[in-house]
Design a protein around this ligand. Structure first.
Ligand code: DOR
Ligand code: ZN
Length: 357
């Protein structure tokens, strides 16, 4: 009996929602188990808009992952009123790695988001000058626009003009879901990169309605049609260095998902690297996994590669039906399904794909 195994440089998650309070304590260890670092989204209630708030949130996260080496990379929530001075303070802090643009009304806790990008030109000017990246939730929010067209229109109306006005601004187009977004990033200069989630690689919008309404497949930007899923899969097969791992793992309690007005968000941190590994294997491009998961992100952010490695073993295990989220319960992505890759408990060195006796 031989077991296939794969050792890669320890990966990072470049887009993660950890929440705060009891929920944070429940979910943070899942990320710390596999990732060395993660970009922490600031859409708390109230949002993390200042360096002072980010320090407090950082301390809370560090307490939740006590005993591990996990390094939270903090972000600030961009608002119409974010001042250039706050950007300077963020840059000086060293632990703040970007500003997150939520168009007002786009998603969970985005009410304090940006109503008109021109209100942010002062802050963006300073970010361009100091090299602090802008992380973008790329969807227009006007109610007359079909929800499946929101990302595409955001490119035309906001992102393209933004890159022309600020050609030196580093931008991460987060959780891309469309062929148009993939093409836009491919055609842009090296200041533009993108994250891709596991759900947008694994599914298209049929998954929202298969056998009935599936709230645990609902996230924003919403899953798109098959041709867009295929475009994202083509990106990972291509091995382009402009794309990297960002789970957008976003926990909501079961009752907030299975509700008359269910929340957007898919929790995938329980098995993120295992799920990505299965996808890359299924696409016959396992050789591209390490760059996607462990190199392209730090290269874009100007950070070092991790020095540790993780080993994944080809071994079946079943994802539980639920986990705890504070006093509530949380339904994980692919609940109840069998995974074919598992992280080995033993730390390893070197990078290889081998058969283990
Ligand atoms: O599905 C999502 N959930 N998309 C987002 O943009 C936010 C996230 C959340 O915070 O729940
Ligand atoms: Zn997100």
């Amino acid at each position: 009996m031989t077991k296939k195994q794969l050792t890669i440089t320890q990966p990072d998650d470049w887009h993660l929602h950890l929440r705060d309070g009891e929920a944070l304590n429940s979910v943070a260890p899942f990320s710390a188990r596999q990732f060395a670092r993660a970009i922490i989204m600031p859409n708390l209630d109230p949002p993390v808009t200042t360096v002072v708030q980010a320090v407090e949130y950082l301390d809370e996260i560090l307490a939740a992952v006590d005993g591990t080496d996990f390094e939270p990379l903090m972000t600030l929530y961009l608002t119409d009123n974010t001042s250039p001075d706050e950007i300077i303070a963020a840059r000086k802090s060293c632990f703040i790695k970007g500003l997150k643009l939520y168009p007002a009304g786009a998603t969970t806790n985005s009410d304090a988001g940006v109503t008109d990008i021109s209100n942010c030109y002062g802050a963006l000017e300073e970010m361009q000058r100091s090299g602090l990246p802008l992380l973008v939730h790329g969807e227009v929010t006007t109610s007359d626009i079909d929800i499946f067209d929101r990302e595409k229109l955001f490119i035309d109306r906001t992102l393209q003009p933004l890159t022309e006005r600020f050609p030196g601004l580093k931008i991460v187009f987060e959780h891309i879901t469309t062929k148009e977004a993939a093409d836009f990033v491919l055609q842009s200069n090296n200041n533009i990169a993108a994250t891709i989630t596991p759900q947008h690689l694994l599914f298209n919008r049929n998954a929202l309605f298969r056998g009935g309404l599936q709230p645990h497949h609902y996230c924003l930007p919403v899953l798109k049609r098959d041709l867009h899923q295929q475009a994202l899969l083509a990106i990972i097969r291509s091995g382009s260095h402009k794309f990297f791992l960002g789970t957008d793992s976003a926990p909501h309690a079961r009752l907030k998902k299975e509700s008359p007005c269910g929340c957007a968000g898919i929790f995938s941190a329980h098995a993120a690297i295992e799920i990505y590994t299965s996808i890359f294997e299924q696409q016959d491009c396992l050789e591209n996994l390490e760059a996607f998961a462990s190199f392209n992100g730090p290269d874009f952010y100007g950070l070092p590669h991790n020095s540790k490695t993780i080993t994944l073993i080809k071994e079946d295990w079943q994802i539980p039906d639920e986990y705890a989220l504070g006093n509530e319960s949380l339904v994980p992505f692919l609940a109840g399904q069998t995974m074919s890759w598992k992280i080995s408990e033993q730390e390893s060195q070197g990078t290889s794909e081998t058969e283990e006796p």
